[in-house]
Design a binder for this molecule. Structure first.
Ligand code: SF4
Length: 402
């Protein structure tokens, strides 16, 4: 039985060598021992999502915090910066800010409009004889007004713009999770309208020249403060510069303004009375300068429903089946050489070529960079200490009970 999931399908499409390392090396594939920060943060946020979709905000915050504490305490996070204690506090503040912020900004409306039927439920569906798709949608919801079903996908992104919208319109999830859930039960097929993408913008990580290390640029966890004669007279703002409501008659644009002298940027969790909880409450009620703009608007851009035509989805299924059949043939050729005891380099080059255009993307480096380009690691990735046998993504995956 061949098992595939969304990440394995995308892995080959990104780079065949990535697919070899992530799914086949050592029988199950390998992964980095330490995960990058966006990956860890995304998992932490997802760990509380079930509570959040049940309206349990405190439970969601607690779960995200526990996840982050654990990930940092066992040094499972690949962090460039040295300020680990600061980074833990910062990431916890952002996770809390996103969770509380989503609930304050959109949560109640979302639960009024949608009934949550399932959260993070594992599923399997047969793509073709002998080949199974494994999937785990973030949630399945029913729109109360129409009865239509949607898959929910949380997307924690550093920024949001036209690029994100373009990417989402052809995102594979809108076919894989929809097809999977529709075909999970061959005797009881359901019709799903599409995927509802819920964006959460957590801000970009940038060098802070004042602090001397990287911080995340988000109003969820950072404020601007001007100290008053007494703490009660301290002033706060959520951004340094903004557009006023006044129109410049010459340019036809809104007049821009910024904070004056005496303002400094601070971590909310360290300086704001009442901490992140109170800060988010005050942002949501627009009690923080500039009050005419809702700071949470930019953090939670409008959710996007994406529906795909039935013929597109069927074409996707055919392509996945064909792709996986090619991978199995390629793997058999590599294993044939391996069984003879000869080096597999040439076979790998022919069967699992390196797509070097994908070694670096916008924000990060491929996790197998050292396997590809550091001879000592390439010779034995597991002995390097950088990699471990991959932990199965799905409880039902072959070998997940090892
Ligand atoms: S480092 Fe580059 S060539 Fe190697 S697996 Fe990653 S994307 Fe492919």
């Amino acid at each position: 039985m061949i098992e595939v999931d969304r990440s394995s399908i995308l892995s080959w499409q990104k780079c065949p060598r990535d697919d070899y390392y992530s799914r086949h090396f050592g029988g199950r594939g390998i992964e980095r021992v330490r995960k990058n920060l966006p990956q860890v943060f995304g998992s932490a946020f997802h760990s509380g999502a079930e509570n959040l979709l049940a309206g349990d905000v405190e439970g969601a915050v607690a779960k995200a915090n526990i996840y982050l504490d654990l990930a940092f305490s066992v040094e499972a996070v690949d962090l460039e910066e040295k300020q680990t204690a600061y980074a833990v506090a910062e990431q916890k503040a952002i996770a809390e800010g996103l969770t509380r912020g989503w609930w304050a900004y959109d949560g109640e409306r979302f639960l009024r409009d949608f009934e949550v039927l399932e959260v993070e439920q594992e599923g399997r569906a047969e793509l073709t004889e002998g080949m199974t798709l494994m999937f785990r949608p973030d949630a399945l919801v029913r729109e109360r007004s129409s009865g239509d079903l949607y898959i929910v996908s949380w997307k924690t992104a550093s920024t949001f713009g036209q690029y994100t919208v373009n990417q989402i319109s052809s995102d594979m999830q809108s076919m894989s999770e929809v097809w999977g859930r529709e075909n999970q039960d061959a005797n009881d097929k359901m019709k799903i309208e599409g995927v509802l993408y819920l964006f959460c913008v957590k801000g970009q990580r940038k060098m802070d020249d004042y602090l001397g290390f990287k911080t995340q640029n988000t109003p969820l966890a950072y404020c601007w403060k001007r100290s008053g004669p007494t703490p009660d007279e301290d002033e706060y703002a959520w951004t340094y510069g903004w557009a006023t409501e006044e129109l410049n008659e010459k340019t036809g644009k809104l007049v821009q303004t910024k904070l004056g002298k005496g303002w400094r940027k601070f971590p909310v969790w360290e300086v704001y009375p009442g901490g992140v909880k109170q800060w988010i409450d005050d942002l949501a009620s627009q009690r923080i300068t500039p009050r005419h703009i809702n700071a949470l608007e930019g953090v939670f851009p409008q959710s996007m429903p994406v529906s795909r035509r039935a013929d597109e989805i069927e074409s996707w299924r055919r392509q996945v089946v064909a792709q996986e059949e090619r991978i199995q043939e390629a793997l058999a050729k590599v294993e044939f050489v391996q069984e003879t005891g000869a080096p597999i380099d040439h076979a790998l080059d022919r069967q699992f070529p390196q797509h070097t255009a994908r070694c670096f993307d916008y924000m990060s480096r491929c996790q197998f960079y050292e396997c590809c380009f550091t001879p000592a690691v390439k010779a034995d990735p597991l002995a390097s200490g950088l990699y471990q046998i991959r932990v199965p993504n799905h409880p039902s995956e072959k070998g997940s009970d090892d």
